[in-house]
Design a protein around this ligand. Sequence first.
Ligand code: ARG
Length: 470
Amino acid sequence: MTDEKHDANAMWGGRFTESPDALMEAINASIGFDKRLYRQDITGSMAHAAMLARQGIISQEDATAIRKGLVTILREIEEGRFPFRTDLEDIHMNIEARLKELIGAPAGRLHTARSRNDQVATDFRLWVRETIDEVRAALRRLIGALLDQAEAGADWVMPGFTHLQIAQPVTWGHHMLAYVEMFARDESRFADARARMNESPLGAAALAGTSFPIDREFTARELGFARPAANSLDAVSDRDFALEFLADAAICATHMSRFAEEIVIWSTAQFGFVTLSDRFSTGSSIMPQKKNPDAAELLRAKGGRIVGALVGLLTVMKGLPLAYSKDMQEDKEQLFDAADTLLLSLAVMEGIVRDMKPNREALRAAAATGFSTATDLADWLVRRLGMPFREAHHVTGSLVRRAEEKGVDLADLTLEDMQAVHPAITEEVFDVLSVEKSVASRTSLGGTAPERVRAEIARWRKRLAGEKEA
Ligand code: ARG
């Protein structure tokens, strides 16, 4: 073997006489994707070096040289002139090897009382933590767009569906606020995950801790962690934070997928509920009249990809013995892809929501079909005539059948039609049969009445403003 090759294994080559096979290098190297952790790796190393010097484990001069070298490396990477090497496996060894080139011997002291196991766990946590903050900000922007939509159409009437059959009239604002609830829960799930994952693995070393007098509280504080992780075995082998991120991302993407599906349906000629902007639509190369909701369709699909990442990493982790195993290197690509996909999806969803134009007339017209105020009629029979609800349900059913036979809506039946089914019905009943009256009457907590919707919008705006201050 050549000296050159031996150099390539300088990080762990001591007991080896042969260099790795090219295929081994191909399966083993993670630098192609974990270079994304460069900033977190450098930040972690700076905190570690500062701690080693404070504790008298390395000299102050060495710590200063290490720090300066790391600053240079950070600049090299950010300016795209860092010589990444696949034979150096991963981001950790690439940076350490470069540090040695830049500052010589002191570089070799940086890895005292540390292992790549606690190093990668720290880097990855820092990365996920930052990404959670970006996702939460994106979710808040999306919620803002939904609140604007809700406000513009707080009292616009549209059909509410169950089984995708017209059920009862609801307001556009109410429908938008349903998604506000979902995305706000997503946001709080990410916040919970962030709080739970915010413990520092640094100082767990390979798996058992170290005999050096390190200060884990210090490095935890330096890196913005709430505390050091309590158990070194767990600290290096825990990937719950990545799984939780992916689970939260999967739920969020599922919400987007459901909304995207509604938008796809709403934008068809048959429904005509919304018009999507050209900015988030495409044309057909053969059918000149077409405007396709591609962005919404892709949002509908991206959920599958993110769920796939969650299942992928769960499957990698399942059955892994303590502590670190190389399997865990497979945590990154899936999570990076899921995070990129999620952030892109959230931005696109926000754009679609901001641009989409609800068609007030089409929404109202659809709401008035399908005997959507039948429940209002039954409720009136209960309230005014003291009928038990089950009987009222039956009477209303007969009236719906009569309207169907005549080919009219409930509101178009005559009083004679009504009284033929039940003699006690009066003229007053027509008051509850319009879709506007129907939604206005649903003032119960969480109901669809415009006054409720406006109060909810105000509550959400206040809450979002408060969160921004906090
Ligand atoms: N690239 C590795 C990973 O992402 C770093 C940790 C390697 N540790 C080890 N003992 N080989 O998991």
